[in-house]
Design a protein around this ligand. Structure first.
Ligand code: 6R9
Length: 566
């Protein structure tokens, strides 16, 4: 077999047109992710190939060929257009990892609407904020999550349709409608809405330092990057059995849990179950998984369970391992080399980039602890934070920045032009992270450049937590910051000042924690609340979270000249 081209060769002659050609896209012509990930493969003779093998915690199993995915996504697309939902309107997917989530995603795109996936673990407040911001017209959900939607529906005038994939029509109220994907008459032919490269496709909410979460807007042309990075970075090949254990509520679960693998025509397996080492290894053994895309927190949890349990399973099918979401410690890379016989390849990217942008390329020597090098076609640099010019010496920390213009770059934040503009400086897109670059061109992650908390690979915005804290009994003011954690890297800690008449107590701490867990999500829940008399503020009265964060991490605070004295 001919050796694959080296990283240097691919970078030298790179053009995204490679992906356009392989996907059969004619510039200026129609392009629809839903069609590209189902009908296109059937036309290429893969209709009978398994696209999705799904299993839940109890071991229930379902299998879908590419032809099933094509027909069932048609069925969903027809149903949604039948409701009168127009192209461009937002449809939220709010489900556990059931087949309807993956296939429904394609169905929404086929009829030209915008898919807005949200974690089913979200509480009603996290859900309300995102549906209100996007002016979402419809939500597709399950019976078990309906109570959250019912609590907020009156506050969401745009929300016209609440679609239940597993409910009996008799149990439903006004604006609620049952749709059983597999029981509905199958729609063999559906004419996809003629979306083109710049037509909106997916709206993914992500957290920043200021304000509520922002909706990163993606377009159908994003498939160009998602297809090629899946092929070249995740090394997907036709015979692969691929497992991405990310939830599509997170961008990893759509770019590399739906679009990338299906655009490549591979069989993907899904396990609808949270972390459980034994269950995960059993699953990989039973399904003969060859490529596994995971995250550092999961890897750290597996490390805690030890090597012995790995030896009890036959994982010889595994060929390629990759990781995303947080810094992948050198120790995790060495551990995986030892127990799986191959390293995890770190990949760096964001909701906003839509695809992997810095990575350890297959075949490239892995430097454990480094994120690797820019994907061909991506120009990345570490910028001096004052001049926004690339730092001139290797090893010096700078702001991670990318030259705009790759296919899956976000096209804007929903309703937030100011936030979007702030991401660009001196002709660069700023990721909001810091890294240094070594003399060989490898990137080394240093940390985030803002107050966003990365807990177990999930970004949580302090503002969203602080807003929710204000709704808790007794809370006058608060600051949510990261606190180090051996497994999740960071967890949320809240500093809280109390209103007159309230006293700090363990009961109050617990009450506040529970309140946030229910209204936002378990991840956003502070693991610790520290009651204080006052919070550090700037002279203009803004809370300076940096001071509190540095305290948690035992780091020097640096220049405090703008901070108000108490
Ligand atoms: C895909 C995704 C993006 C932020 C990013 C950075 C952190 C992601 C990383 C990493 C160190 C890696 N991050 N990958 N940090 N090493 N390999 O994670 O999207 O949820 O938007 O998060 O996550 O801080 O800016 P998103």
């Amino acid at each position: 077999m001919r050796a694959p081209p080296s990283y240097e060769e691919l970078t030298r002659n790179f053009d995204w047109k490679v992906a356009e050609r392989e996907l059969g896209y004619q510039p200026g012509g129609p392009i629809n992710i839903g069609w590209m990930c189902s009908d296109r493969l059937c036309h290429r003779g893969l209709g009978g190939k398994l696209a999705l093998v799904w299993e839940d915690y109890q071991g229930n199993e379902k299998q879908f060929t590419y032809d099933d995915v094509r027909v069932l996504s048609n069925t969903i697309a027809r149903f949604l257009s039948g409701l009168g939902i127009a192209p461009g309107q937002r449809i939220c997917l709010f489900m556990d990892r059931v087949p309807e989530l993956f296939i429904g995603f394609l169905g929404i795109l086929k009829m030209g609407a915008v898919a807005q996936p949200l974690f089913s673990a979200f509480g009603e407040e996290s859900l309300r904020v995102r549906l209100a911001d996007a002016g979402t017209s419809a939500i597709i959900t399950q019976k078990k999550h309906l109570y959250k939607v019912r609590k907020i529906r009156e506050q969401l005038p745009d929300l016209q349709h609440i679609i239940l994939v597993d409910a009996e029509p008799a149990s439903l109220q006004e604006r609620e409608i049952a749709f059983a994907m597999e029981k509905n008459p199958r729609i063999e032919h559906f004419s996809c809405y003629p979306t083109t490269a710049e037509s909106p496709s997916v709206l993914h909410y992500t957290s920043g330092t200021t304000g509520q979460p922002k909706g990163a807007q993606h377009v159908h042309y994003s498939i160009i990057s998602q297809y090629l990075t899946s092929k070249w970075v995740l090394d997907l090949r036709p015979e692969d059995i691929y497992w991405c254990n990310a939830d599509p509520g997170w961008v990893t679960g759509t770019s590399y849990g739906i679009i990338g693998p299906w655009a490549n025509g591979v069989t993907q397996v899904v396990l609808d179950c949270g972390f459980n080492a034994t269950r995960w290894y059993e699953f990989m053994e039973k399904r003969r998984v060859t490529v596994w895309y995971s995250a550092p927190t999961a890897i750290r949890l597996l490390m805690k369970e030890g090597a012995e349990i790995v030896r009890q399973h036959d994982l010889s099918s595994l060929r390629y391992l990759a990781s995303v979401g947080e810094p992948l410690n050198a120790a995790a890379v060495l551990w995986s080399q030892e127990v799986f016989g191959k390293p995890f390849h770190d990949t760096f990217w964001q909701t906003e980039t839509g695809c992997i942008v810095i990575t350890n390329f297959p075949g490239m020597p892995v430097k454990p602890g480094s994120m690797g090098k820019p994907f061909p076609g991506i120009t990345a640099a570490a910028l001096d934070p004052k001049t926004f010019e690339p730092v001139d010496r290797p090893g010096v920390a700078g702001l991670i920045a990318l030259r705009p213009g790759w296919p899956s770059q976000l096209r804007g934040y929903w309703n937030n032009q100011i936030g979007f503009n702030a991401k660009f400086k001196n002709g660069w897109y700023l990721c909001g992270d810091r890294a240094s670059i070594d003399p060989d061109g490898y990137f080394w992650f240093m940390g985030r450049d803002d107050d966003v908390i990365n807990t177990g690979g999930h970004l949580v915005g302090p503002f969203e937590i602080e807003s929710a804290l204000l709704g808790c009994p007794g809370v006058a003011e608060s600051a949510a910051v990261a606190k180090p954690d051996p497994v999740n890297m960071e967890v949320v800690k809240a500093y809280v000042t109390l209103k007159r008449g309230f006293q700090p107590s363990d009961d109050l701490e617990l009450e506040i924690m529970n309140n946030i867990r229910k209204r936002l999500s378990p991840l956003a829940m502070p693991q610790e609340i520290e009651f204080v008399d006052s919070l550090p503020k700037t002279r203009s009265g803004k809370i300076v979270r940096r001071v509190l964060r540095c305290k948690e991490f035992n780091e020097p605070v640096g220049d405090l000249s703008t901070i108000m004295e108490d």
